[in-house]
Each structure stands twice: as C-alpha cells, then as structure tokens.
Design a protein around this ligand. Sequence first.
Ligand SMILES: Nc1ncnc2c1ncn2[C@@H]1O[C@H](COP(=O)(O)OP(=O)(O)OP(=O)(O)O)[C@@H](O)[C@H]1O
Ligand SMILES: [Mg+2]
Length: 358
Amino acid sequence: MLFNPKPKEDPKDLFDREKEIEKLRFGINYPMTLLLGIRRSGKSSLVKVLMKEEKGIWLYLDLRKFESSAYISYKDIIQELEKSINTSLPERLKKVFAGVKGVNFVGVNVIFNWGKERIKLAQILDKLSEIAEKEGERIIIIFDESQELRKLKGVNLLYPIAYAFDNLKVRFIFTGSEIGMVYDFLKLDKPDSPLYGRAYTEVNVPPFSKETSLEFLRKGFEEFKIKVEERELEDAVNTLGGIPGWLTYYGFNYIQEKDHEKALNKTVETAISLIKKEFNNFLKGREGAKERYKTIMTVYKNGCKWKEAKIALEAKEGVRIDDKRFTQLLNNLVKASFLIKEGEIYKPTDVLIEKAFS
Ligand SMILES: Nc1ncnc2c1ncn2[C@@H]1O[C@H](COP(=O)(O)OP(=O)(O)OP(=O)(O)O)[C@@H](O)[C@H]1O
Ligand SMILES: [Mg+2]
C-alpha cells in the first residue's frame, strides 16, 4: 500500500526508484556504499526493499534513536550490533563467537562486553567475515542515519571499518539525511583519515519530479478506489514538493479525513513541527549560536546569496560578523541539509523547510 506511512519493505510497495535500486545492487558487491537523501526521501524504504530482494546476510542498525543525543558511547554501538546479530543470525551461525574474549552467551543470544574486558569492533567484524566465508554469502551491515556515528566518543570507528574494507568479506551501507555530516564522519577525502582514497558507490535519493509526484498520488488513491480531483492533487504537490514521505502522509490523511484541505493542512502542520524538532536536534551542542542559526534560516527562506544574508544578519545583530565565522555557520546548515547551494544561491532544501522558517 503506497500510503502506508512506515518505511516500505515489500518491493511491490516501492514506487519508482528502479535506478536507485539498480545502483544499490551494484554497490553491495563492493565494500562500501553511501545512500544519501534528505529527510523522508525514502532511504530506509530502499534498503529494506533491497534486504528483501537480495541474497545475503543483512544486519540493520537504526541509529535514528541517537539523533537527540549529544554523544554516543562505545557501549551504544556494541549493543546495537549485538541486537542486530541476535535478531538476524540463526543460532548455528552465532556459534562463531563462542570462546571469543568479551563474548558471553545467554541462551542462544550473544552478549558483548563493553567494559574492561570489552570486545573489539574489529573482532566482531572478523567473525562476521568468517561467517560470510563459510556460508559463501555476503554480509552487509547497514548503518541507517550514519551521520549519528560522528557523535561517538572515545573510539574511532574508521579504523575497524578501513580494516574490514581492506581485509574482510563484510560490506557496509551508510545512509544519511544530513548529507554533509556523513562525509564529515567518513572523511573519505581527508589524507590523514583511515578511509582516505577508498572507492565507494554513492546513491542519491532525490525528491520525485512533479510528474512522478502526481503519478504517485494517483496510484495511491487508485489502490483505495478513491477519485480525487486533479486540481487537488496539483495543489498537494505544489504545497508539499516531491518528498515521498510527505506525499505518503498526505494520502494517509486524506483516506481518513476524506477532505483535501484538512488532509493537506494536517500534513503541513506535522511536517513543520517535525522539521522544527529536527532543527532543535541540530542546535544541540551549538546553543551558543542558536539565535544566529535561526536568523540565517529565516533570511535564506526565499533563497539568496552569501553576501545578502550576511548583511541581513549584521543588521539584525547591529555588529560586524567575521566572514569566516559566517561561512562556517552557513556550511553547517548546508551539511545538515537544511540549506542547499545552487550556483551562488543558498536556499531551503525543500518547500516545507521554507515554510517552517516563514
Ligand atoms: N519510493 C517510495 N514508494 C512508496 N513510498 C515511499 C517511497 N519512498 C518513501 N516512501 C514513504 O515515505 C515515507 C518515508 O520513507 P522512508 O522512511 O523510507 O524515508 P527516509 O529517507 O528513511 O526518511 P527519514 O529521513 O525519516 O529516515 C514512508 O512512509 C515510506 O513508506
Ligand atoms: Mg530512514
């Protein structure tokens, strides 16, 4: 059902995206794939459908739960891995962990120690690779919303990932809605980083075009045998843009409300409050510049050049702002995918972000 508001898992429910799935299929034959797209563009749906369609041993880690945390500990990551191993691997395969330092078994479940006798991530990856070797299967680990990993304190995940990249049969998919933050975490282009220069496949998940968005809504309503006027569909797409998540939510609301205006308003309201919540998460640890970030978003809501926004911010604060500092603030908003740069113009990544700051 297209208007199901959860990430799709059944290939039949995935609309469009043939190109993206094809690229992902190619990517998972190699060590590292990046799956990037702004919030609610459909990244989780793509990986979940892929997990259903493609043979392999899949471990899925949902890091979204850490989005409001200021930092993540080694324990958090180890526990997430433990959970996905326990849910995805049959008992028979978990046996490779027997006798490994830092591993206990409780019934059929593996328990990883994170304290003094802690297990090393490289060791877990080693053992997973051993399974892949034995089974003649690929093992694919998905870090969904991987930009959260940049908050990890006390250990550098990039070393074990680079080790696995070079030596093991483990493959990784890193998804991210804060696109620049994913690059910041992986540091693929930083010469002194463990992952420097490694080849990877990048799959981008853009919003639907206007025509595809309309087609998506028509098909979704057809499933319910509901006839909605073209004028209303146009209005929905013009208001919501091409992000599948918001189109889905509109359809879902319409089915319940049986009224275009009501469904649309509810969708916009929900989208705006979610965007605001996400913006507040972004401000965590950046409290000192909170007002400046808000002002910058408001100034850029209709799109403008670097200089115009800087002048506006200075006018509001009544002080001169250092060029470098201003650029840094602006780049952080771009990295978190609240703003996008097109030519010389910076603007909100989609129409609903624009509305959230109006
Ligand atoms: N290609 C698609 N076909 C049908 N529905 C889709 C498609 N892409 C996304 N959706 C729907 O849009 C919503 C958001 O999708 P999903 O959760 O996969 O996106 P996401 O990019 O992972 O979002 P988030 O940034 O919130 O994690 C879900 O309700 C999903 O069912
Ligand atoms: Mg997701």
